[in-house]
Design a protein around this ligand. Sequence first.
Ligand code: PMP
Length: 390
Amino acid sequence: MKGRKLLMIPGPIEFEPEVLQAMGMATTSHVAPDFIEVFGNSLELMREVWKSPMGQPFIVAGTGTLAMDMAISNLIEHGDRVLIISSGYFGKRFEDISKRYGANTTILEAPLGEVVSLDSIEKELKTNQYKALTITHVDTSTGILVNPKPIADLAKKYNTLSVLDGVCSVAGEEINQDEWGIDVVLTGSQKAIGVPPGLALLIASQKAMEVWENRKTPVCNYYADWNNWLPIMNAYEERRPSYFGTPAVNLIVALESSLKIICKEGMDKRVKRHRGLAMAFRTAIASLNLKLLPKTNEIAANTLTAVYYPKGIDGTALLSKIANDNVIVAGGLLAEIKTSYFRIGHMGSVSSNDLISVLAVLERALLDLGHQMIAGKSLQTFQNELLKPD
Ligand code: PMP
């Protein structure tokens, strides 16, 4: 009995063995020529994944939250207006961060399982001049997917910067940063980028960099200040040694390895794989008489699925049965409904085999707890969905 565990939470995810091997290399100096090359390559590869040939990438030791903090602290000054478009827990985090830097915030919160309407966003942008708006591409707490493109169009129309939290979407969902004109797209390493936790990654547009350069007041966060990091990113890209804070050497070696895997697959194919698997998985889940948190398929994320526990089933017992079968899924996160749903991550190198395992284990646990369903139904549904021609 190998007792291998399958990690199916919405980050950290299962990492490619090649990436983990890269991470396990003997740590080198952050100014060693071969590491400078790795860092420079990683910055260049990020532009391919984000589809932002013109953007300014940043790789900094920290988590996704630091990337959010970096975007807001560099772009926002005391008294600036920020419009927060929220579809869950992580939308609200942008509100907290913006307030910390003295922003005057307005939050538009979607009803549970829905997205904020474009009309209400436009109405707000018409009423007040906002310096920036924030979008959570996939809110990991609700499994809701927002289409950033029309919101970015509105931001441009009203001369507002757009900041996209892509922590649960970059390298999994469709993103065209430059074409869509999004000013910052940010993420953390541990999700669809496929690298163990510990890197904050973001790309800022030329416009965002100009706004930052023309600030009237200093950035109120020493570590996150682009004044400290831009010269470092420039140096690595020009293959020169430099130092501000010691980079996470091993994580960056792993990042280059994972970005190469992603670019080899190609972003278009990768997005299609995520969509295909996610759609089949949602259909399979629904075939077990389970209800999804997003109200429609169009706004359901392709990187994770949030599912309500069926009536009469004890959520804690269900998750513990699944865990005893060596599959790790996540409980609820949104405070209001924390104990009434669970979440399954399916991003990065996820395969149909992984999802078959989740369904098999989930079915056994549900049957064991007395849920009314036909044994094998979700497996059959999943297979049929995958066998459908494109
Ligand atoms: N935004 C979203 C959408 C997330 O899913 C997360 C992490 N789950 C974060 C921000 C924060 O990232 P981290 O935990 O790496 O700080």
